[in-house]
Design a protein around this ligand. Structure first.
Ligand code: NI
Length: 186
């Protein structure tokens, strides 16, 4: 296994449409998926798409950590990590909500991006077994984000309100001072 180099926004590989994986069970695809999981975990990311590691193929990995799962019946469950190859995504219903996203290719920044609350997605894993299902919340959001990478779409291209875009540190500082103001009752 290996930690892979992550392409940052501005690199052309992030803007191209990725090609389908011909054989999801091929040894090089298994190795790529394993390396991507290791790279995602090392970078403390929630998801990583193959174009982000300079491989323009339709494959991504993601995970739903316990701190992301709200426990609400309509929200997401914890998922250690999942490989999704040659995926399709269908929006269910009209409900779109702003969710805060970061991206390993846009380090240090976050933004609020409108995403469908409920989706259905389908793909296969490296054993060619079907993965996916109908999901909501964080799970649905991260799948939409990673799927976009396969079509050369970065999250700023989905944004509608650029005032909700900033550096993690500044956004955290702003949230903390807002909480302090609320706590003091002013
Ligand atoms: Ni990303």
């Amino acid at each position: 296994m290996a930690i892979l180099k992550i392409a940052r926004m501005g690199h052309p590989v992030l803007l191209q449409r990725a090609a389908p994986v011909e054989d999801p069970t091929a040894p090089e695809i298994r190795r790529l998926a394993a390396d991507m999981i290791e790279t995602m975990e090392d970078a403390q990311g929630a998801g990583l798409a193959a174009p982000q590691v300079h491989v323009p193929l339709r494959l991504f990995v993601f995970r739903v950590n316990p701190d992301r799962a709200t426990g609400d019946a309509d929200d997401t469950a914890v998922l250690p990590h999942r490989v999704v190859i040659n995926p399709s995504v269908t929006f269910i219903g009209e409900d779109a909500r702003l969710r805060w996203e970061g991206c390993l290719s846009i380090p240090g920044l976050r933004a609020a991006v409108p995403r469908a609350w409920r989706i259905r997605y389908a793909g296969v894993d490296t054993d060619n077994q079907p993965v996916g299902g109908e999901v909501t919340g964080f799970h649905a959001g991260v799948v939409q984000h990673e799927y976009d990478h396969l079509d050369g779409i970065m999250y700023p291209m989905r944004m509608t309100d650029f005032s909700l875009f900033g550096f993690n540190e500044e956004l955290m500082r702003a949230a903390q001072s807002q909480m302090a103001t609320k706590a003091s009752g002013s």
